[in-house]
Design a protein around this ligand. Structure first.
Ligand code: BGC
Length: 372
């Protein structure tokens, strides 16, 4: 079968490879499921791995099959799989509990404290940019056919669901927390999905991006679900609080780390800042008003939390939000899926879109691997 692989830490090594079709029997306890891949999304993580910034090949291999945003159909099941049947649509989670930490042992591997983590398509396990994959049913989420067209968005959404779940868990410290306003920094696909999840929860939502509003599809999508869009060239996060008030929740997903200090200062008393950008670079910043920020956090009981990866429960929350979004804002999610590329062999096209997303006006680029 065909797959898309890189040599980790080698710049621009992405290529097509030929591999054996995986076997259900290779998964232990009769829990194996063979999945035909239908769609695979591509994101900044895939771009950064292909840039040689990170990524680890599985043991015994000198290459890593990419891909973690996935959607497929079950074609075969092991004898102990009762919850899935041939023909079911599924999305697989990304991280596996193969570490030594207590969190791996209790199935909360998204909170692992190990330095080495095991993630399909990213670190130490082959990913889903392939015609088939085999996986234990324990890591597969069943997808209702009604959301099949947009289910490849579930994996990125799961990260947001985890962030929002953590925020509500942390805010239980308050006994009463009735958040009303939120700012989302970054309006790429993660930012847009975050805004959607917050609108579904009834927040007044303000999105901030780099690009000018006029003619910008992402800005249009913000407004289509009743959120605002501002370009930070016209309105900084700091100044935005004069217009919109301070925010009960701020979700950062720009990938531009210096902005987090502005975000901290835009929080309301008792508010919470969620950081979701994986910033692999070396950027540093000074000119941070540290006394002010420290005092705001202390006197105002503000909180900040980082969030990475997602567990089964976050994927399941995401399934519900995708279905609710289709009901409330029909067709909105499909508008995010701007660049479908047919066939894994056209990987160069996908990476060109990833590297030049502004030129392409791309929100979500994905492979259409097989028809459904
Ligand atoms: C993936 C996560 C993963 C993270 C760090 C993200 O792109 O969506 O599942 O944990 O990268 O590797």
């Amino acid at each position: 079968m065909k797959a898309i692989a890189v040599t980790p830490k080698e710049k621009n090594s992405v290529r097509l490879v030929e591999m054996d079709k995986p076997k259900v029997g290779a998964i232990k306890d009769g829990r194996g499921v063979l999945v035909e891949v239908l769609r695979v999304g591509a994101c900044g993580t895939d771009r950064e791995i292909n840039n040689g910034e990170y990524g680890v090949a599985p043991k015994g291999f000198d290459f890593l099959v990419l891909g973690h945003e996935n959607f497929g159909r079950v074609v075969e099941t092991g004898e102990n799989v009762k919850e899935l049947q041939t023909g079911d649509f599924v999305v697989a989670t990304v991280r596996r509990p193969r570490g030594h930490s207590i969190y791996d042992k209790i199935g909360e591997q998204d909170f692992t404290t190990d330095d080495k983590y095991f993630e399909r398509g990213i670190s130490r396990i082959h990913g889903y940019m392939a015609e088939f994959y085999a996986e234990s049913a324990d890591f597969l989420i069943k997808i209702p056919p009604a959301i099949k067209e947009i289910a490849v968005l579930l994996e990125p959404l799961s990260i947001i669901e985890k962030g929002l779940k953590q925020a509500s868990d942390i805010q239980e410290r308050l006994k009463i927390w009735h958040p009303k306003t939120a700012a989302v920094l970054g309006t790429g696909n993660v930012g847009l999905l975050t805004m959607m999840a917050l609108r579904l929860r009834g927040y007044e939502v303000h999105g901030f991006g780099k690009q000018a509003r006029a003619g910008y599809l992402n800005a249009e999508l913000c407004e289509a679900i009743g959120a605002t869009y501002d370009s930070t060239d016209d309105l900084s996060i700091a100044d935005s609080t004069k217009k919109y008030g301070e925010y009960d929740l701020v979700f950062e997903c720009t990938g531009y780390s210096p902005i987090i200090f502005d975000a901290m200062q835009a929080l309301n008393e008792n508010g919470i800042l969620i950081l979701a950008s994986v910033t692999g670079g070396e950027r540093k910043t000074d000119q941070v008003p540290s006394d002010k920020i420290n005092q705001m956090f202390v006197l105002g009981n503000r909180a900040m939390v980082g969030t990475v990866n997602a567990n089964r429960e976050h994927f399941e929350l995401g399934v519900k939000d995708l279905a609710l979004c289709e009901a409330m804002y029909a067709g909105w999610l499909s508008r995010m899926m701007t660049h479908g590329v047919k066939g894994l062999e056209n990987y160069e096209k996908i990476f060109d879109i990833l590297n030049n997303s502004a030129k392409y006006n791309a929100i979500k680029a994905y492979f259409e691997v097989n028809k459904f």
